[in-house]
Design a binder for this molecule. Structure first.
Ligand code: OGA
Ligand code: MN
Length: 286
């Protein structure tokens, strides 16, 4: 596919990376003090493509945080210990001998919050020689592909989300070495979100359940809920809804947690990977 012509005023160009979602944005230095027009154009592309990729950046933590703040207030994570100097920043590190990987499983970030983050911005500091890609899945496309009857069934439903499966005491054996977590008692809280979410900027509907944090569907018997969630978790990430990004040092990805799930592949045993993550606060899903 050909890139869209670089915009005359901002110089940005946007090239899709798959049929389903995702685009590489070039012609911008994210360390610079970007104009309101450039930020508006990035935001438009973000809502249209759901995940944006930028290559060959060179960002200090302060510059990454400053870029993130152009899109809203930044969040702090209730369970993952932040970088000691930057409370909004998490160092996502996988050591060569780690067995587990942070983000290793399809999920949407922090849906256990009543107001989950609208987006996440991940910057690659150190990447393995090969492997360590991230997958993304378009939840509007997953919803659109359902039958009319299934859409009608899902429309009025709410699902329960909890941090428990990942951050409660009993789940902590799956942690990586370098990522420390805290407050396991706090992980027992349960919140409820619509199963079908309407994107507040595009008005598009999308599936809003994920295998990491969605623990049940309100009003269904346990076995009904399990069966329906199992179907939705697998349907939501069929390969025709996905794209895949191969990182280089200096790559940055910015994804829309209102419309995508993602999955950090752990296929680089013996090597180290270090990413820096910040998140933008969001609203209560409707
Ligand atoms: C995250 C995450 C993906 C990755 O930071 O939320 O899931 O590829 N990371 O590291
Ligand atoms: Mn994640």
């Amino acid at each position: 596919m050909t890139p869209t012509a670089a915009t005359e005023t901002t110089g940005l160009s946007v090239r899709r990376v798959s049929g389903a979602l995702g685009a590489v944005v070039s012609g911008v230095d994210l360390a610079a003090d970007l104009s309101a027009e450039t930020i508006a154009e990035i935001r438009r592309a973000f809502v249209e493509h759901h995940v944006l990729f930028f290559r060959d950046q060179n960002l200090t933590p302060t510059q990454q945080i400053a870029f993130g703040k152009r899109f809203g207030e930044l969040d702090t994570h209730p369970f993952v210990v932040a970088n000691p100097e930057y409370p909004e920043l998490i160092d996502v590190i996988t050591e060569p001998d780690d067995v587990f990987n942070f983000g290793g499983g399809w999920h949407t970030d922090v849906t256990f919050l009543s107001e989950p983050d609208l987006g996440s911005i991940l910057y690659a500091v150190e990447v393995p020689e090969a492997g360590g890609d991230t997958l993304f899945a378009n939840q509007h496309a997953a919803y659109d592909a359902l039958s009319g009857t299934m859409k009608e069934l899902l429309e009025p439903l709410s699902a329960f989300h909890s941090a428990g499966p990942q951050y409660a005491e009993g789940a902590l054996s799956t942690q990586t070495k370098a990522i420390k977590t805290t407050n396991p008692e706090g992980a027992s809280e349960i919140v409820s979100h619509p199963v079908v979410r309407t994107h507040p900027e595009s008005g598009r509907k999308g599936l809003y359940v994920n295998g990491a944090f969605t623990v049940g569907i309100d009003g269904l018997h346990k076995d009904e809920s399990r069966a329906l969630l199992r179907f939705l978790f697998s349907h939501a990430v069929k390969e025709r809804f996905t794209c895949r990004f191969a990182w280089e040092p200096g790559s940055l990805a910015m994804w829309d947690n209102r419309s995508v799930q993602h999955y950090a592949l752990h296929d680089f045993a013996g090597q180290r990977r270090h990413m820096r993550r910040i998140t933008i606060k969001g609203d209560r899903p409707t």
